[in-house]
Design a binder for this molecule. Structure first.
Ligand code: NAP
Length: 345
């Protein structure tokens, strides 16, 4: 049976800040039948993830595009793959049956054909499906692996997290609080500051847009220095954090969103501080830590079930809303994990 599959594509390469007009909604004829002999899985997309890293795939050129299968260049006009949750319509793969829920690399479209290794069956266990895109999906694993594996935290340490109200950042702060750390976050609006302090239990939160000197702001919140910086933004915030790190401090470089859309912005960390304070600065990719998934998942489910952690998500409905949802990430419009629900179950 043939249907029309709508999908979101870029019109051309995007080398600056993205605009909604950089995207278009396209249509293609799509078969809901598996080709005889193929192992294809045909999926109806339910919830799709909206992630900042996609901008680096949309550029004319970026070093990141050759380093990971998740980061390959996006070709204008073509379907864009994206993490998400869907339902199997038909399958030539014996591991998946019609009506199974699945999570993995789907697309910014209504339907997709899956033939790769990054798909798993999903038992929602009575929780909202959207959780498996964010807090119980790759964003959660990013926060967990980045914090526990890369930062190697100890109880009582002083932790700073940027983009703290975002998908990854809010979870890092919550994991750090669970461990008994002192946690300070920064975020870009008074509403976000209030939410992080009052709902998620951060010790302190500041609005970085209201600070004229980030170095002084960090000195104010960390009079005894920072042990761990979980960096989501790069740029000036990374420079200021390095100046405030303690001896043997650890910096997990998860993302540098302030640098993604502007070639002129690049952090120049004070390397003398790095040397004399023996600071470890380490980039990482969540995809390299899939082995941690079972541990991350059971720990996080426990924390959610006992009310020790909360899910912060920002879900809109309708595929046509993907461009504005995506563009909004770079303007700070999201609070928590940005997800688009493409269709009802
Ligand atoms: P997110 O934090 O939910 O959304 C992006 C947030 O970044 C916005 O809400 C905004 O919040 C902040 N922001 C946007 N432009 C900024 C700027 N110029 N300066 C400072 N803050 C800015 O996104 P996410 O999915 O959790 O991702 C967070 C970071 O982690 C991104 O850099 C992403 O690329 C990275 N990441 C890395 C991995 C990995 O495997 N290494 C995996 C997932 C994500 P404010 O209101 O606070 O400005």
């Amino acid at each position: 049976m043939e249907v029309t599959n709508k999908y979101v594509a870029t019109k051309a390469k995007i080398d600056g800040a993205p605009e909604e007009s950089d995207f278009e909604l396209k249509s293609e004829s799509f078969s809901l039948l598996v080709k005889p002999g193929s192992k294809d899985v045909i999926i109806k997309n339910l919830y799709v993830s909206i992630d900042p890293y996609q901008i680096n795939r949309m550029k004319t050129v970026s070093d990141s595009q050759t380093t990971s299968v998740f980061a390959t260049m996006i070709v204008p006009g073509e379907v864009i793959d994206a993490y998400g949750v869907g339902k199997v319509i038909a399958s030539g793969n014996p591991e998946f049956q019609k009506d199974d829920y699945v999570v993995g690399l789907l697309s910014w479209g209504e339907y997709c054909i899956y033939d790769g290794p990054y798909l798993n069956k999903l038992d929602p266990m009575g929780l909202p499906m959207s959780y498996y895109v964010g807090a119980l999906g790759l964003s959660g694993l990013t926060a967990y692996a980045g914090f526990f594996e890369i930062c190697k935290p100890k109880k009582g340490e002083k932790v700073f997290v940027s983009a703290a109200s975002g998908s990854v950042g809010n979870l890092v702060g919550q994991y750090a609080k669970q461990l008994g750390c002192y946690v300070v976050g920064c975020a870009g609006s008074p509403k976000k500051v209030k939410l992080l302090k009052e709902k998620l239990g951060f010790d302190e939160v500041f609005n970085y847009k209201e600070e004229t000197n980030l170095n002084s702001a960090l000195k104010r919140y960390f009079p005894d220095g920072i042990d761990i910086y979980f960096d989501n933004v790069g740029g000036e915030m990374l420079e200021a954090a390095i100046l405030n790190m303690n001896l043997h401090g650890r910096v997990a470089v998860c993302g540098v969103i302030s640098e993604y859309t502007d070639n002129e912005i690049r952090a120049i960390p004070d390397m003398l501080s790095v040397i004399y304070k023996r600071i470890t600065i380490q980039g990482f990719l969540a995809g390299d830590h899939m082995g941690l998934f079972p541990e991350f998942f059971s720990t996080t489910i426990d924390h959610l079930n006992t009310g020790k952690m909360h899910v912060l998500e920002d879900v809109s409905f309708g595929l046509e809303g993907v461009p504005s949802a995506f563009v909004g990430l770079f303007r700070g419009y999201n609070v928590g994990k940005r997800i688009v629900q493409v269709s009802n179950d």
